[in-house]
Design a protein around this ligand. Structure first.
Ligand code: ASP
Length: 334
């Protein structure tokens, strides 16, 4: 009997140690990302950039820096890459501008910061972090947010910096289609045509777990092509596109109007907090609920024990994660 007990304890502890503990998970947007419409070169470019972003964030954690530093480092790397719809490479508004949104939340004390609708801040995630750490507010928008970033000595760029040909062509295509239409009735359930154009959305996000066991989550985006009237999506809204507490962090991507109405990110943490659901169940149920409402997209989540979930209801989502031992996974398609 004693032997049997010992054997099962050994097996159990072996199972535990075999369980991978993740410390960082990232996404580069969800959407109609199909293998058939991807070249090998493009696929490798995405994979390489995701890998770089994971390694850079991981290095912060290895140094003993906080999960906020890791999230910032990974996101900045993706904001600086034209591959993603965040920072350089952001999509265009109907007025032909790049209008950026970003947010961050730190689970330890539930502090949070966000900026929305900015045109000149090179790295929006840095501004969101400055709002969290150096202001008495949670969300700043437009010209005020830009003034704040300037006061914080963050890098300010000419709006032209964000311009890329791909995204500009995307806007022109959409405008041509729009001109062909005569009458249009819209509701909150009308699929924005940008969906067909964006194909792969490219919003970026990261969730990290540092050596002290604290979680941070962040998201950065250019929003959706042809957005009008200062439209703001879910990415800068705490509880919708981003959320972190002491047990889990979440960053979302997809059709923002639905993620806002579903309070997506906070719903995941509430399912875990009040219903004791595990991270996989909580995220999958939330994505399913968004799907039932008619929306689509995906999310990444990381809990305090190093478990991850990366569900989505689109054809693909750029995503990756790294374990505490530096082992990397990167996936794109279903
Ligand atoms: N969620 C973003 C927005 O609605 C877009 C995206 O993730 O692709 O602004």
């Amino acid at each position: 009997m004693k032997k049997l007990l010992l054997a099962s304890i050994v097996t159990f502890s072996m199972m535990i140690s075999a369980q991978k503990k993740y410390v960082l998970v990232i996404h580069g947007g969800a959407g109609t990302i199909l293998k058939t419409s991807m070249t090998e070169e493009k696929e490798n470019a995405y994979k390489d950039k995701l890998k770089d972003a994971l390694n850079a964030g991981y290095a912060e954690l290895q140094k003993g820096n906080s999960s906020v530093d890791a999230v910032a480092t990974s996101i900045i790397m993706m904001e600086n890459s034209p591959l993603f719809n965040a920072g350089k490479g952001a999509v265009f508004t109907a007025d032909g501008k790049n209008e950026l949104d970003a947010s961050i939340m730190y689970g330890k004390d539930k502090s949070a910061g966000a900026i929305a609708g900015v045109h000149t801040i090179k790295n929006p995630i840095k501004a969101a972090i400055a709002v969290m750490q150096k202001s008495e507010h949670v969300m700043l928008s437009g010209a005020g947010a830009e003034k704040f970033a300037q006061d914080q000595n963050l890098e300010i760029v000419d709006p032209k910096y964000f311009w890329t040909k791909d995204r500009w062509d995307g806007l022109q295509k959409l405008k041509q289609k729009e001109n062909l239409k005569t009458e249009k009735k819209v509701s909150q359930n009308t699929l924005p045509e940008s969906y067909e154009i964006d194909q792969k959305f490219g919003t970026v996000g990261a969730v990290a777990l540092d050596k002290k066991g604290n979680i941070a989550a962040g998201t950065s985006t250019g929003g959706m092509t042809n957005k009008k009237y200062g439209r703001i999506g879910d990415a800068p809204i705490i509880g919708a596109g981003t959320y972190a507490d002491s047990q889990v962090g979440i960053s979302a991507t997809g059709w923002g109007e639905y993620f806002i109405r579903a309070t997506a990110a906070r719903t995941v943490s509430a399912k875990m907090e009040y219903q004791n659901k595990d991270i996989k169940t909580a995220t999958q149920e939330t994505i399913d609920e968004i799907g039932k409402m008619g929306g689509d997209g995906g999310m990444i989540a990381l809990d305090k024990d190093g478990n991850i979930a990366m569900p989505f209801n689109t054809a693909g989502m750029y995503r990756g994660a790294i374990t505490q031992d530096g082992e990397i996974i990167i996936e794109i398609y279903k």
